[in-house]
Design a protein around this ligand. Sequence first.
Ligand code: NIG
Ligand code: FE
Length: 414
Amino acid sequence: MSLLGVAAKRIVTADPARITRENPLGVVENAVVIYDERSISWIGPRGSAANVPIVDYGDRVITPGLVDAHTHAAWTGSRHDEYALRMAGADYRAIANAGGGILSSYRAIESSSEDAIAETLAARLGRMAELGVTTCEVKSGYGLEPDGERKQLRAIARVGKQANLPHVVATYLALHALPPSAKNNRDHYVLRAATSLVPEFASAKLASFVDAYVDENAFTVEEARIVCESARRHGLGVRLHVGQFTDVGGAQLCVDVGARSADHVEHIDAKGIALLATHGIKAVLLPLASFTMRQAPPPVAALRAAGVGLVVASDANPGTAPSESLPLAMALAVRLYEMTPAETILGATRLAAASLGLWGGGLSRPRGALAPGARADLVVWDLPHENAILQPWGTPKTCLVFRDGQPIAGANRG
Ligand code: NIG
Ligand code: FE
């Protein structure tokens, strides 16, 4: 593929080299992005790249492709029945203790073939792409038994090979809930994950990250530590569910095991916030989950003041965040978490990519921002301004969505 260009009135680069206090998203006006399938080669004034075919999108806005850094998108089945019960007042953890919740999705995965999981995930990722997502983290964690986790991760890997869908980052969610067979055998369950499954999935390249649900009523810091230390020994990154319901010391664990992100953090104390800040660990905020769970927001002002990088993700899952929409999570980040539009957009692009190891550290062809050398993952929005992305709740407003320089979604895809 030879060089091509897309021009528009506003190009949101999110490039640190262009960001200033007055221009927090590094916006370039009346500009063109020149790219091929490998990377972006140039961004500059409209009309100055004379030898390259350019499509001009007029008064629209172009942004980096959205990066959803926390999803459970490889689920099958539906939990509409428990959702109705919860909305009528039933407690999430009580439903889980009675065999619903994550265990309900476990039974759905148990009875789904690898093909069926892959097909469901591919359709879901296709819908996410229509909403502007070009990179998506996808966790296992509903397989629970070794065969189920393997089946989910293999399905994720298969879908991850499809160039016409968002780029996929796979996470082995090793400790999510105990399957019935492990009810009286927690220690064995944790040790098997650490000593057998982490090495297997690392060597088969079925996961880039390991995750664990660290909370009261879930897994302890010490249980998660065993699995995370194994992950690091086997070359995998760590991202952790911490402080969704209770602060049990997850921030210190994140530091100890070199986690890239602490996710949820509705409950985190000042010491935990200082630890995340000092160690450059991103907070992945999940407003769809806290909204559905009727929870107070995380301490966003304190996280911001401490300098913690704020990522916004969908948490797409059939229990706590029944949505596939990162733009909806972004809208709620502004409405409920009082994040600024610029913080929110950075948190769903470059900072999200950094939390997945896709931006920063001298990486070649990074994702998450529009800059020379970065991959051409970008969205032409049928909108006049980036702040408008936070408004049309629930409606895809993408005109064209490019991943690696190729259109993968959007109303104008043709
Ligand atoms: O991120 N709390 C743990 N895990 C998920 C929910 C999983 C589920 O209910 O299926 C979360 O909220
Ligand atoms: Fe989650």
